[in-house]
Design a protein around this ligand. Structure first.
Ligand code: IMP
Length: 423
């Protein structure tokens, strides 16, 4: 049985959590493959909004097992809070949430290092969520990290101490003003380890291998978006993991030839939170409207998201890198009321028209070239079938499908589970 992938095609916040929740009824296993609590996956149903950071978005369904894969980085303190919130809704996670032994742990000092590094960068800062993601992946690739499986060994606290001591020396090296009480942070960390240890630790690659052999349906869930990928994103303004399709292979131990559908999610416009280039960013009333109507504030940090028109040059790049076989368009409802819509179909790059994403997409090099289309005025939020969608929206969709050469299978018209139209 093959594995399907679901990932974001822009700068994150596309709405992956909602769609995973909608699709989980068709799967036996939901497995998250990268990122950590920098992510904020928002799900809404029965009038309640849930935000998940590390836990896969299939967790509200009894039919599926959720796996936190080896490619994920876990902060036990945030993880414990997520567990408590879910237990508050009466969920028993003791057998439906499994943790890879090979996942790396975020230490309190990783978070401090993130803060020190960002402070030292000044104006050139990445705009990190400051959850310790970069420093944790640095320790992973530097072969110094502490993994979930280490917690089963007697000497894990010694390993912890050696790593935390190294971090303290590094924080001092940055020589910036970071206020912290390490004793308090560590007490919280050690306390939270207990909550993590209450869940089953597994060799997740073997578990997923056996599940495939047994014919189980697996959905791999990504975090962030393709343009934040450590290799293919707008470096250095990226996160520290592979958010693209290949990340599911390394982040779960799934072989490339086992992957079937690659579902790519994008917003009908574009947003970005944090620093870095964004060619179609708007600084006018249109951008303000998108942010207000779309409630564009980071689910993890609360920061306002930068908004702009849909960038097809960047979207095509993401479709190609991921081998996307199906698209899902989110937040079409937010564009209701615009008389005209713009879609960026090419860039003016240093005086030349180009249709690919160049190495250097900073504002001084790139100006978007737009195709203008009619907008739609209808409120989409109560619609439930493709036949109800207005003509101008169908034209928008047809234009995107022709440009991207991939069908748009889902159109989301609001945050609730029910506000999802299948085509
Ligand atoms: P970090 O991964 O927290 O270090 O953040 C690096 C960059 O990725 C920053 O610009 C963040 O705003 C952005 N980022 C990280 N996680 C997310 C996410 O889940 N959604 C959107 N942006 C994110």
């Amino acid at each position: 049985m093959a594995v399907d992938l679901l990932l974001g095609l822009q700068w994150g916040d596309e709405g992956k959590g909602k769609i995973v929740d909608v699709l989980t009824k068709d799967y036996d296993i939901i497995a998250r493959f990268q990122g950590g609590p920098n992510a904020g996956h928002t799900l809404e149903f029965d009038g309640i909004k849930h935000v998940l950071h590390t836990i896969p978005s299939g967790i509200f369904h009894k039919n599926a097992v959720n796996v936190v894969g080896n490619g994920v980085v876990i902060d036990p303190v945030i993880f414990k809070k997520e567990l408590q919130a879910l237990e508050g809704f009466g969920l028993d996670l003791s057998s439906t949430l499994l943790i890879s032994r090979k996942a790396h742990l975020i230490l309190p000092t990783h978070r401090l290092l993130d803060a020190a590094s960002e402070t030292a960068k000044g104006k050139a800062k990445i705009g990190s969520t400051l959850k310790g993601i970069g420093p944790t992946y640095m320790d992973k690739t530097g072969r110094n990290g502490l993994r979930v499986g280490d917690l089963e060994l007697d000497d894990w606290k010694e390993k912890y101490r050696a790593l935390a001591n190294k971090h303290e020396a590094m924080i001092n090296f940055y020589n910036v003003d970071i206020q912290y009480n390490l004793a308090e942070l560590e007490a919280d960390f050690f306390d939270s380890i207990g909550a993590l240890k209450a869940l089953p630790f597994i060799d997740s690659e073997e578990y997923l291998h056996q599940a495939q052999k047994a014919g189980k349906k697996i959905l791999a869930e990504g975090a962030q978006g393709s343009l934040l990928d450590i290799d293919f994103g707008t470096y250095p303004f990226v996160t520290s993991s592979n958010t693209t399709a290949a990340g599911a292979c390394t982040g779960l131990g799934v072989a490339p030839n086992r992957i079937k559908e690659v579902m790519g999610i994008f917003k009908a416009y574009t947003t970005r939170v944090g620093s870095g280039p964004f060619p179609t960013e708007l600084f006018d009333q249109d951008g303000e409207t998108m942010g207000r109507v779309g409630n564009e504030f980071g689910a993890t940090t609360g920061r306002p998201r930068r908004c702009g028109w849909l960038d097809l040059v960047a979207l095509k790049y993401a479709v190609n890198i991921n081998g996307v076989t199906q698209l899902m368009m989110m937040k079409g409802d937010v564009l209701s009321g615009f008389e005209k819509l713009k879609v960026c179909t090419a860039y003016n790059y240093k005086g030349n028209k180009i249709t690919h994403l160049p190495y250097n997409i900073e504002a001084q090099n790139v100006t978007p070239i737009y195709t203008e289309m009619d907008g739609w005025q209808e409120d989409l939020t109560q619609m439930s079938a493709a036949a109800q969608l207005p003509k101008a929206l169908n034209d928008y969709i047809a234009f995107l499908e022709a440009e991207l050469q991939v069908p748009i299978k889902i159109v989301s018209v609001g945050p609730d589970r029910k506000q999802t139209i299948h085509r």
